[in-house]
Design a protein around this ligand. Structure first.
Ligand code: AFP
Length: 325
Protein backbone atom coordinates (compact mmCIF):
# COMPACT_ATOMS: atom_id res chain seq x y z
CA UNK A 1 0.00 0.00 0.00
CA UNK A 2 1.16 3.55 -0.70
CA UNK A 3 -0.29 6.89 0.27
CA UNK A 4 1.18 8.63 -2.75
CA UNK A 5 -1.20 10.32 -5.17
CA UNK A 6 -1.72 8.66 -8.52
CA UNK A 7 -1.61 10.64 -11.76
CA UNK A 8 -5.42 10.64 -11.81
CA UNK A 9 -5.65 11.95 -8.21
CA UNK A 10 -3.13 14.67 -8.96
CA UNK A 11 -4.96 15.88 -12.07
CA UNK A 12 -8.26 15.89 -10.16
CA UNK A 13 -6.66 17.87 -7.36
CA UNK A 14 -5.35 20.40 -9.89
CA UNK A 15 -8.90 20.70 -11.29
CA UNK A 16 -7.70 19.77 -14.78
CA UNK A 17 -10.77 19.43 -16.99
CA UNK A 18 -12.05 15.88 -17.27
CA UNK A 19 -11.33 15.41 -20.97
CA UNK A 20 -7.75 16.62 -20.71
CA UNK A 21 -7.18 14.54 -17.61
CA UNK A 22 -8.48 11.44 -19.41
CA UNK A 23 -6.29 12.20 -22.42
CA UNK A 24 -3.18 12.55 -20.26
CA UNK A 25 -4.05 9.19 -18.69
CA UNK A 26 -4.19 7.66 -22.19
CA UNK A 27 -0.81 9.14 -23.17
CA UNK A 28 0.71 7.90 -19.91
CA UNK A 29 -0.74 4.42 -20.52
CA UNK A 30 0.62 4.30 -24.08
CA UNK A 31 4.04 5.19 -22.66
CA UNK A 32 3.86 2.18 -20.33
CA UNK A 33 3.42 0.04 -23.46
CA UNK A 34 6.42 1.78 -25.06
CA UNK A 35 8.43 1.15 -21.87
CA UNK A 36 7.64 -2.58 -22.16
CA UNK A 37 8.79 -2.78 -25.78
CA UNK A 38 11.96 -0.75 -25.07
CA UNK A 39 12.76 -3.09 -22.16
CA UNK A 40 12.53 -6.13 -24.45
CA UNK A 41 15.61 -4.93 -26.37
CA UNK A 42 17.55 -7.65 -28.17
CA UNK A 43 15.34 -10.36 -26.60
CA UNK A 44 12.33 -8.91 -28.38
CA UNK A 45 14.23 -8.28 -31.63
CA UNK A 46 13.41 -4.58 -31.54
CA UNK A 47 16.91 -3.09 -31.75
CA UNK A 48 18.48 -1.74 -34.93
CA UNK A 49 17.33 0.14 -37.99
CA UNK A 50 13.88 -0.18 -39.51
CA UNK A 51 15.23 0.29 -43.03
CA UNK A 52 13.20 3.49 -43.53
CA UNK A 53 14.00 7.18 -43.28
CA UNK A 54 11.60 9.76 -41.86
CA UNK A 55 10.42 13.02 -43.44
CA UNK A 56 13.62 14.69 -42.24
CA UNK A 57 15.75 12.09 -44.01
CA UNK A 58 16.88 10.56 -40.71
CA UNK A 59 17.18 6.81 -40.40
CA UNK A 60 14.31 5.42 -38.33
CA UNK A 61 15.06 2.78 -35.73
CA UNK A 62 12.63 -0.13 -35.30
CA UNK A 63 11.71 1.29 -31.90
CA UNK A 64 10.97 4.74 -33.40
CA UNK A 65 8.40 3.09 -35.66
CA UNK A 66 6.93 0.81 -32.96
CA UNK A 67 6.61 3.67 -30.45
CA UNK A 68 5.03 5.87 -33.08
CA UNK A 69 2.48 3.14 -33.91
CA UNK A 70 1.60 2.62 -30.24
CA UNK A 71 0.87 6.29 -29.62
CA UNK A 72 -0.87 6.86 -32.94
CA UNK A 73 -3.17 3.84 -32.69
CA UNK A 74 -4.08 4.30 -29.03
CA UNK A 75 -4.69 8.04 -29.28
CA UNK A 76 -6.67 7.97 -32.52
CA UNK A 77 -8.94 5.30 -30.99
CA UNK A 78 -10.05 7.84 -28.38
CA UNK A 79 -13.08 10.07 -29.08
CA UNK A 80 -11.19 12.85 -27.28
CA UNK A 81 -8.57 13.11 -30.01
CA UNK A 82 -9.14 14.99 -33.27
CA UNK A 83 -5.70 14.26 -34.71
CA UNK A 84 -2.07 13.48 -34.02
CA UNK A 85 1.24 14.67 -35.47
CA UNK A 86 4.61 13.05 -34.94
CA UNK A 87 8.27 13.64 -35.66
CA UNK A 88 8.17 10.25 -37.39
CA UNK A 89 5.26 10.93 -39.79
CA UNK A 90 5.26 13.14 -42.90
CA UNK A 91 1.88 14.71 -42.16
CA UNK A 92 -0.65 14.78 -39.38
CA UNK A 93 -3.20 11.99 -39.02
CA UNK A 94 -6.75 13.17 -38.42
CA UNK A 95 -9.09 10.93 -36.45
CA UNK A 96 -11.77 9.11 -38.44
CA UNK A 97 -14.45 10.21 -35.94
CA UNK A 98 -15.80 13.72 -35.36
CA UNK A 99 -15.91 15.63 -32.11
CA UNK A 100 -12.37 15.18 -30.78
CA UNK A 101 -11.37 18.18 -28.67
CA UNK A 102 -7.61 17.74 -28.65
CA UNK A 103 -4.59 17.51 -30.92
CA UNK A 104 -1.56 15.60 -29.69
CA UNK A 105 1.98 16.08 -31.03
CA UNK A 106 4.84 13.79 -30.07
CA UNK A 107 8.39 12.67 -30.54
CA UNK A 108 7.62 9.00 -29.85
CA UNK A 109 11.17 7.98 -28.97
CA UNK A 110 13.61 10.82 -28.46
CA UNK A 111 17.31 9.98 -28.40
CA UNK A 112 17.27 7.32 -31.12
CA UNK A 113 21.06 7.01 -31.17
CA UNK A 114 20.85 5.74 -27.56
CA UNK A 115 18.50 2.85 -28.36
CA UNK A 116 21.07 0.28 -29.40
CA UNK A 117 23.49 1.11 -26.55
CA UNK A 118 20.87 0.78 -23.79
CA UNK A 119 21.21 4.44 -22.78
CA UNK A 120 18.24 6.65 -21.80
CA UNK A 121 15.51 7.45 -24.32
CA UNK A 122 12.10 9.07 -23.86
CA UNK A 123 8.79 10.23 -25.27
CA UNK A 124 7.94 13.94 -25.52
CA UNK A 125 4.36 15.17 -26.03
CA UNK A 126 2.36 18.36 -26.39
CA UNK A 127 -1.43 18.85 -26.30
CA UNK A 128 -3.30 21.60 -28.16
CA UNK A 129 -6.98 22.41 -28.55
CA UNK A 130 -8.43 21.20 -31.85
CA UNK A 131 -9.80 24.07 -33.94
CA UNK A 132 -13.20 23.85 -35.64
CA UNK A 133 -13.29 22.25 -39.08
CA UNK A 134 -11.10 19.76 -40.91
CA UNK A 135 -7.90 18.66 -39.28
CA UNK A 136 -4.92 19.24 -41.55
CA UNK A 137 -1.29 20.11 -40.73
CA UNK A 138 -2.32 23.77 -40.44
CA UNK A 139 -4.50 23.00 -37.40
CA UNK A 140 -1.33 22.07 -35.47
CA UNK A 141 0.53 25.30 -36.28
CA UNK A 142 -0.20 26.99 -32.96
CA UNK A 143 2.51 28.76 -30.98
CA UNK A 144 3.89 27.19 -27.81
CA UNK A 145 1.86 29.41 -25.50
CA UNK A 146 -1.31 27.70 -26.75
CA UNK A 147 -0.25 24.35 -25.28
CA UNK A 148 -2.80 22.92 -22.84
CA UNK A 149 -0.35 20.39 -21.50
CA UNK A 150 3.12 19.06 -22.22
CA UNK A 151 5.33 16.39 -20.78
CA UNK A 152 7.86 13.69 -21.27
CA UNK A 153 8.42 10.12 -20.16
CA UNK A 154 12.02 9.14 -19.48
CA UNK A 155 12.79 5.44 -19.91
CA UNK A 156 15.85 5.45 -17.66
CA UNK A 157 16.87 3.68 -14.46
CA UNK A 158 13.35 4.53 -13.36
CA UNK A 159 10.52 5.33 -15.72
CA UNK A 160 9.32 8.84 -14.97
CA UNK A 161 6.56 11.05 -16.32
CA UNK A 162 7.11 14.80 -15.95
CA UNK A 163 4.06 16.87 -16.73
CA UNK A 164 2.63 20.37 -16.84
CA UNK A 165 -0.90 21.56 -17.45
CA UNK A 166 0.16 25.18 -16.93
CA UNK A 167 0.17 25.19 -13.12
CA UNK A 168 3.69 24.07 -12.24
CA UNK A 169 5.43 20.80 -13.01
CA UNK A 170 4.97 17.44 -11.32
CA UNK A 171 6.93 14.20 -11.67
CA UNK A 172 5.55 10.66 -11.37
CA UNK A 173 7.47 7.40 -11.10
CA UNK A 174 6.11 4.18 -12.61
CA UNK A 175 5.70 1.62 -9.85
CA UNK A 176 6.45 -2.07 -10.39
CA UNK A 177 2.71 -2.75 -10.45
CA UNK A 178 2.22 -0.26 -13.29
CA UNK A 179 0.93 2.86 -11.54
CA UNK A 180 2.13 6.41 -12.06
CA UNK A 181 2.77 7.66 -8.51
CA UNK A 182 3.52 11.26 -7.61
CA UNK A 183 7.13 11.39 -6.41
CA UNK A 184 8.13 14.96 -7.37
CA UNK A 185 5.12 17.20 -6.57
CA UNK A 186 6.64 20.59 -7.39
CA UNK A 187 9.67 20.51 -9.64
CA UNK A 188 11.66 23.76 -9.72
CA UNK A 189 14.70 24.48 -11.88
CA UNK A 190 17.38 26.09 -9.69
CA UNK A 191 18.08 29.63 -10.95
CA UNK A 192 21.88 29.25 -10.78
CA UNK A 193 24.06 26.46 -12.06
CA UNK A 194 27.60 25.33 -12.79
CA UNK A 195 26.59 22.76 -15.41
CA UNK A 196 26.08 23.11 -19.16
CA UNK A 197 25.06 20.66 -21.88
CA UNK A 198 26.04 21.08 -25.52
CA UNK A 199 27.41 18.84 -28.25
CA UNK A 200 31.00 20.13 -28.20
CA UNK A 201 31.84 18.43 -31.50
CA UNK A 202 29.91 21.22 -33.26
CA UNK A 203 31.96 23.99 -31.65
CA UNK A 204 33.54 25.20 -34.88
CA UNK A 205 30.09 25.74 -36.41
CA UNK A 206 28.56 27.86 -33.61
CA UNK A 207 27.93 31.59 -33.79
CA UNK A 208 30.36 33.88 -31.99
CA UNK A 209 28.14 34.51 -28.94
CA UNK A 210 27.79 30.81 -28.13
CA UNK A 211 31.56 30.34 -28.67
CA UNK A 212 32.18 33.11 -26.14
CA UNK A 213 29.70 31.73 -23.60
CA UNK A 214 31.16 28.21 -23.69
CA UNK A 215 34.73 29.56 -23.59
CA UNK A 216 33.75 31.37 -20.36
CA UNK A 217 32.50 28.09 -18.85
CA UNK A 218 35.62 26.21 -19.93
CA UNK A 219 37.92 28.90 -18.48
CA UNK A 220 36.47 27.97 -15.07
CA UNK A 221 37.55 29.67 -11.85
CA UNK A 222 40.42 31.43 -13.63
CA UNK A 223 38.10 33.00 -16.23
CA UNK A 224 35.65 35.90 -15.96
CA UNK A 225 32.89 33.64 -14.59
CA UNK A 226 35.08 32.88 -11.57
CA UNK A 227 33.73 29.34 -11.12
CA UNK A 228 34.38 25.87 -12.48
CA UNK A 229 31.72 24.28 -14.71
CA UNK A 230 30.81 20.68 -15.37
CA UNK A 231 29.65 19.47 -18.81
CA UNK A 232 27.11 16.69 -19.59
CA UNK A 233 25.61 15.48 -22.88
CA UNK A 234 23.32 12.43 -23.02
CA UNK A 235 22.29 12.93 -26.69
CA UNK A 236 18.66 12.48 -25.67
CA UNK A 237 17.01 15.80 -24.93
CA UNK A 238 14.61 14.09 -22.53
CA UNK A 239 17.48 12.95 -20.31
CA UNK A 240 19.38 16.24 -20.56
CA UNK A 241 16.26 18.24 -19.68
CA UNK A 242 15.40 15.85 -16.87
CA UNK A 243 18.80 16.44 -15.30
CA UNK A 244 18.12 20.20 -15.49
CA UNK A 245 14.70 19.67 -13.86
CA UNK A 246 16.35 17.73 -11.04
CA UNK A 247 19.49 19.81 -10.34
CA UNK A 248 19.59 22.80 -12.69
CA UNK A 249 21.82 23.46 -15.67
CA UNK A 250 21.55 24.77 -19.19
CA UNK A 251 20.96 22.87 -22.42
CA UNK A 252 22.01 24.35 -25.76
CA UNK A 253 21.35 23.09 -29.26
CA UNK A 254 22.04 26.47 -30.84
CA UNK A 255 21.93 27.65 -34.43
CA UNK A 256 25.05 26.51 -36.26
CA UNK A 257 26.49 27.01 -39.71
CA UNK A 258 26.41 23.38 -40.90
CA UNK A 259 23.20 23.85 -42.87
CA UNK A 260 22.54 27.61 -42.77
CA UNK A 261 19.00 27.20 -44.13
CA UNK A 262 18.09 24.96 -41.16
CA UNK A 263 17.87 27.15 -38.06
CA UNK A 264 18.85 24.33 -35.66
CA UNK A 265 18.57 20.58 -35.23
CA UNK A 266 15.66 20.25 -32.85
CA UNK A 267 12.02 20.35 -33.83
CA UNK A 268 9.86 23.22 -32.60
CA UNK A 269 6.59 21.30 -32.30
CA UNK A 270 7.86 18.02 -30.77
CA UNK A 271 10.88 19.16 -28.75
CA UNK A 272 11.30 22.95 -28.44
CA UNK A 273 7.75 23.87 -27.43
CA UNK A 274 6.91 21.09 -24.96
CA UNK A 275 10.30 21.30 -23.23
CA UNK A 276 10.13 25.11 -23.05
CA UNK A 277 6.64 24.97 -21.53
CA UNK A 278 7.90 22.51 -18.88
CA UNK A 279 11.08 24.46 -18.10
CA UNK A 280 9.25 27.79 -17.84
CA UNK A 281 6.55 26.26 -15.63
CA UNK A 282 9.37 25.08 -13.35
CA UNK A 283 10.81 28.61 -13.11
CA UNK A 284 13.50 28.24 -15.80
CA UNK A 285 13.84 30.11 -19.10
CA UNK A 286 13.97 29.15 -22.75
CA UNK A 287 15.05 31.04 -25.83
CA UNK A 288 16.19 30.57 -29.40
CA UNK A 289 19.07 33.04 -29.16
CA UNK A 290 18.97 34.88 -25.83
CA UNK A 291 16.47 37.41 -27.17
CA UNK A 292 13.41 35.54 -28.42
CA UNK A 293 11.31 33.09 -26.45
CA UNK A 294 10.80 29.69 -28.06
CA UNK A 295 7.16 29.76 -26.96
CA UNK A 296 6.61 32.91 -29.08
CA UNK A 297 7.90 31.41 -32.34
CA UNK A 298 5.10 31.34 -34.91
CA UNK A 299 5.12 27.88 -36.46
CA UNK A 300 4.95 27.76 -40.24
CA UNK A 301 5.61 24.05 -40.77
CA UNK A 302 4.91 20.90 -38.80
CA UNK A 303 8.55 19.77 -38.86
CA UNK A 304 10.10 23.21 -38.42
CA UNK A 305 13.46 23.34 -36.66
CA UNK A 306 14.49 25.82 -34.02
CA UNK A 307 17.62 26.68 -32.05
CA UNK A 308 17.05 25.72 -28.40
CA UNK A 309 18.67 27.23 -25.29
CA UNK A 310 16.93 26.49 -21.98
CA UNK A 311 17.41 25.89 -18.28
CA UNK A 312 18.39 27.78 -15.12
CA UNK A 313 17.04 31.33 -15.35
CA UNK A 314 20.12 33.30 -14.25
CA UNK A 315 22.40 31.28 -16.51
CA UNK A 316 20.10 31.88 -19.50
CA UNK A 317 20.35 35.60 -18.74
CA UNK A 318 24.14 35.25 -18.70
CA UNK A 319 23.94 33.56 -22.13
CA UNK A 320 21.76 36.42 -23.40
CA UNK A 321 24.30 38.98 -22.16
CA UNK A 322 27.21 37.04 -23.69
CA UNK A 323 25.40 36.71 -26.99
CA UNK A 324 25.13 40.50 -26.97
CA UNK A 325 21.39 40.91 -26.39
P1 AFP B 1 16.30 11.95 -32.39
O1 AFP B 1 15.15 12.92 -32.35
O2 AFP B 1 16.68 11.51 -33.76
O3 AFP B 1 16.09 10.84 -31.46
O4 AFP B 1 17.60 12.81 -31.91
C1 AFP B 1 17.71 13.22 -30.58
C2 AFP B 1 17.91 14.70 -30.54
O5 AFP B 1 16.96 15.34 -31.33
C3 AFP B 1 17.85 15.26 -29.11
O6 AFP B 1 17.13 14.47 -28.25
C4 AFP B 1 19.32 15.36 -28.70
O7 AFP B 1 19.53 16.37 -27.77
C5 AFP B 1 20.00 15.61 -30.00
O8 AFP B 1 19.19 15.03 -31.02
C6 AFP B 1 21.36 15.00 -30.05
O9 AFP B 1 21.98 15.42 -31.20
P2 AFP B 1 23.50 15.06 -31.55
O10 AFP B 1 23.46 13.67 -32.12
O11 AFP B 1 23.87 16.08 -32.57
O12 AFP B 1 24.30 15.13 -30.30
Amino acid sequence: MTDRSTLKDHLAQQAVETGLSELLGLIAAACIDIRKVVSGGALAGVLGASGNVNVQDEEQKKLDVISNDILTEQLLASPLVAGVASEEMDNCQPATHDGGKYLVLFDPLDGSSNIDINAPVGTIFSVLAAPEGDITDVAFLQDGRQQLAAGYVLYGGQTMLVLTTGAGVAGFTLSLDGQWLLTHPEIRVTPDTKEFAINMSNQRHWAEGVQKYVAGCLAGAEGHRGKNFNMRWVAAMVADVHRIMMRGGVFLYPWDSREPNKPGKLRLMYEGNPMSFLVEQAGGKSTTDGRNAILDVTPTQLHQRVPVILGSANEIEEIARTCGV
